[in-house]
Design a protein around this ligand. Structure first.
Ligand code: GAP
Length: 438
């Protein structure tokens, strides 16, 4: 039976564990709140998401370069950025069920867990994980696990500019881990305490910033659509003045309709010149840009498209999940785009007992493997093997049968249409690479 919307999330979580996309972190010890591990297929999917992002925002543009900065940074960074004074949630405890809740997560003033209305006084809770650098644990060694990758970019602005001799507009892109001690994490990998961000800080002349803000909103919105997200599941939402972060002049979220509701995938923020000014003031290093043509010195404005890699991966997984009735049975298919599918091709022998078929199938797999991510599987009957590959989103199945030994042709089955075509073995790689646009 086709699953109802409310149960879809449960099905996805279960599929993720069963097929090796996502596991609970340190599960054998009972797990650790809101930390997750990516299994063999999950890591392929997530790498593809990061690869697609990097291609779109770095490799296919002339105005963005990459960076990989350290997670641990000088503690003054967080004073300058405002995270020490502003990066907190107001938390309260429910006097009835004793659950700790973010004040802004109350449902009509009631506890979301037990529905009562009696709470302790609200108190500010900083979301940064504190740690110590070096062997001595005193206040001078205190540091933080970064809560965003953005600050690593701001503190390297001058280094990148000096090293690349670039002119404005210039974007610096980074993918990396961030950490937040979230009060109420949840919804699988949607809100985690350790997660990965994909951030761009796009430095512009102040007068050009509004135009680039609009351009980046469109660009980032289309990125999700181009990778297969359904149009009706994606929307933009502009923040009201009361919602804006302490640094932001404007912000537009890209939201996806998960089974648990519309939720933020990415925010595109107009940060004006807040960050470079702050870091100049706190470090004493002048981070102004010198325009060689006009001879002006000024703090560039910044447009920041900031997305979560885990959230994007979860959205692609959720969007790809399909159930179809086929000959009285439910076929579960992950309809990933070509670019994101963790496995592109599976090579399957029709008869495992026939050594010649197995040998040819393995030979074909070994040859494809040099250029295409593919697997070989002979652990079940062909119908079952197809279902297994559909369930993880494998784009094509190549089946080797008795006839293949004679006519040197194999059957290529498409995941989405389930149509089958006979293709000569000699043309197979070229055929698949063209279809997969590799
Ligand atoms: N530098 C700006 C910044 O960090 P943010 O809106 O706090 O802005 C950006 O975070 C993105 O990072 C979010 O849109 C989301 O995709 C992801 N993100 C933030 N907190 C997260 C969490 N606890 N778990 C997973 N992803 C998270």
């Amino acid at each position: 039976m086709i699953t109802q919307k409310n149960d879809v999330m449960e099905k996805i979580v279960s599929l993720c564990k069963r097929r090796g996309f996502i596991f609970q972190s340190s599960e054998i010890y009972g797990g650790l709140g809101s930390t997750w591990d990516y299994g063999p297929l999950g890591v392929e999917l997530k790498r593809n998401v990061k690869g697609a992002w990097w291609r779109a925002v770095v490799h296919t543009r002339d105005d963005v370069v990459g960076l990989d900065s350290a997670i641990l940074m000088h503690p003054k960074t967080w004073e300058a950025s405002g995270h020490i004074s502003n990066f907190h949630d107001i938390v309260i405890d429910c006097k009835n069920c004793k659950k700790r809740i973010r004040q802004d997560h109350l449902k009509n003033g009631k506890c979301p867990y037990c529905g009562t209305k009696e709470f302790t006084e609200g108190r500010a809770f900083n979301l940064m994980f504190k740690t110590h650098v070096g062997p001595v644990e005193d206040s001078s060694s205190a540091s933080y696990l970064r809560p965003e990758t953005a600050q690593g970019i701001f503190v390297n602005f001058k280094n990148v500019l000096d090293a690349t001799h670039r002119k404005l507009p210039l974007g610096i892109a980074q993918i990396g881990k961030s950490f937040r001690n979230e009060v109420t994490p949840g919804n699988f990998t949607f809100r985690m305490r350790e997660f990965e961000q994909m951030e761009i800080e796009y430095f512009t002349k102040p007068q050009d910033a509004d135009q680039y803000y609009q351009q980046w909103i469109e660009e980032r919105f289309n990125w999700y659509l181009n990778l297969g997200i359904k149009k009706e599941k994606l929307k933009k939402r502009e923040h009201g003045q009361d919602e804006l972060a302490h640094y932001a002049k404007g912000c537009t979220d890209i939201e996806y309709e998960f089974p648990f509701g519309w939720s933020e995938l990415e925010g595109i923020a107009h940060r004006a010149d807040y960050d470079l000014k702050q870091h100049s003031q706190f470090s004493g290093v002048d981070l102004q840009y010198h325009d060689q043509v006009t001879n002006e010195r000024f703090f560039p404005y910044v447009i920041e498209p900031s997305g979560g890699c885990d959230r994007a991966t979860l959205a692609f997984l959720t969007d790809a999940y399909h159930e179809e009735e086929v000959k009285g049975e439910t076929r579960v298919v992950l309809k990933f785009s070509k670019e994101l599918a963790p496995i592109k091709v599976a090579v399957l022998p029709l008869l495992k007992k026939n050594g010649d078929i197995v040998e040819l199938a393995k030979k074909i797999k070994n040859n494809l493997q040099k250029d295409i991510v593919c697997v070989y599987d002979d652990t079940a009957a062909i119908g079952k093997l197809y279902r297994r590959q559909d369930e993880v989103g494998t784009f094509f199945c190549v089946t080797v049968d008795v006839q293949s030994l004679e006519d040197k042709q194999v059957t290529v089955r498409s995941r989405d249409t389930m149509l089958q075509e006979r293709i000569p073995v000699d043309n197979l790689k070229k055929y698949l690479m063209e279809k997969l646009a590799l």
